[in-house]
Design a protein around this ligand. Sequence first.
Ligand code: SAM
Length: 276
Amino acid sequence: MKNYDGYGMIAHVYDKLNSEIDYSEWADFNERLFEKYLTARPEIVLDLACGTGSMTLEMVRRGYDMIGVDGSEDMLSVAYDRWIDLCIENEEKGDGEHTLKRPLYLLQDMREFELYGTVGAVLCCLDSINYLIEDSDVERCFSCVHNYLDPDGLFVFDVNTPYKFENIYSDNAYILEDEMLDGNGGDGKRQIYCGWQNHYDRDSGICDFYLSLFEEKDGVYQRSDECQRERCHTAEKLGTMLKNNGFELLGIFGDTDMNEPKADCERYYIVARAKK
Ligand SMILES: C[S@@+](CC[C@H](N)C(=O)[O-])C[C@H]1O[C@@H](n2cnc3c(N)ncnc32)[C@H](O)[C@@H]1O
């Protein structure tokens, strides 16, 4: 198995690039699933492939004891800094640091992670499962998740749909433009541009994303490049793999309002229960 080595170059701008995602609304959805499918609110929750910790921290704010696992040191480093910022913000508001439970961040591969014990729920957000390329990678991941879930524990994840790979990613190119603080402690801003060119191969279901980041520094733009790869996994195949690894499939939704997926739906939200 090849070690995971992605998300080095863009970790520090990742949150800017994904700023349109409403993690608070997404966490509401997670909690509605907990209420619907669990007999009790889970105490410990794993955020698998937690990245920069957006969902981890959203759940920490709601009082959960969180573990975040990710294979990128750079993403976890941002996640840790964000936790410190959250503590400072909390203290300034007078809420007191003691009300927030410090998340445990672990640098591990999601195909072979190890925890200290079991958890009540595992979340895996923003198409992280699509980063698992081989079917055997997905099977390994599902097997680990099952291993570390309490009996009847909940596994909630999402994937990009075949519609999105074929019609939105396809062979398209995009440019994102934004600005971010220059990191010198003042109000100074610097411009960032991120361009990406996709290449989708329908036969293999693999989409390569060639990313180029241009960051302004002292009036000069610095360029860095990274290639990322996702694979399209159909709902049918994921359902079979969940079953193979001891899960009962509870639902596949097309949005966080739990509606049925439509033909042009871009994300499946999948919920499964660990049978033990
Ligand atoms: C699209 S990001 C999503 C991050 C986070 N869940 C979020 O909502 O922002 C995908 C994440 O999966 C992680 N990842 C991809 N493959 C991995 C692997 N094999 N093991 C662990 N983490 C992995 C990346 O480092 C990255 O943080």
